[in-house]
Design a binder for this molecule. Sequence first.
Ligand code: PTJ
Length: 250
Amino acid sequence: METLPPDHPRYISLLMRDRLISGIKDGITSQHGLIAHGRGESFDYLLSEKTLPSANKAAKSAASHLALAKNPVISVNGNTAALVPAEIVELSKLTGASIEVNLFHRTEKRINKIISHLNSYGATNVKGISATSTIPGISHERAKVTESGLYSADVVIVPLEDGDRVGAFTSMGKIVVVIDLNPLSRSSQLATVPIVDNVSRAIPNIIHHFKNISNLSPEELLTLTTTFNRDATLEDAERIIRNGFLDLYQ
Ligand code: PTJ
């Protein structure tokens, strides 16, 4: 849109659409990304475009995993790069997590454009180009990862992921944090920590929690991760999507 009035009731939603359309024009986002976003929007609408308390707990658990991690990596695709570039860079700097570009519709050209885009927000050493390692059991392009990044990571953050790779990552013994508005997607169902929330709210929320838990001991952080109940989180989101948000207050 030429001018986006901030007082428009659907300002954030329109802003996110604008970012994706710019992402396509700039060669960052794939056209499939628009379809994926529309699917996400419909779930978000049913969640009243708000972060559920259960998703907030999941974001806190994700922050605790990041604080305990030795080699955390944030996987970035064309949608995430267009929607939340500044927030991804902030989370990476705050937590020490690497950023790795990893695409379903992979081209070297698009990877380079995404890296340049993230660099313009202050990122350095974004991985993804020399992806010479392969995730076992994955036959599509998302299998291609860097040895020092996604291959050897102990904790991975994967927004808008596909279920195959989430399953493969967990089989490799990694802690997998999935951000996906669909609690029934295979990605959400297979995640160690499913955050059923919009990536535009989930990443800032992980940042918020990471700052708040920075003075906790490793034992306290571990307790935050072990007391998190992934099944209850998924059930809660599905119940609210099926029954309506007001159900929360009954
Ligand atoms: O950039 P690429 O080539 O890696 O491609 C990225 C897309 C997103 C196109 C690709 O991964 C894809 O096709 O994804 P899917 O299989 O459509 O899955 C997208 C999932 O993310 C769906 O479950 C959506 O509900 C969810 N989703 C969409 N937008 C958001 C979202 N979840 C959180 N925040 C969003 N903004």
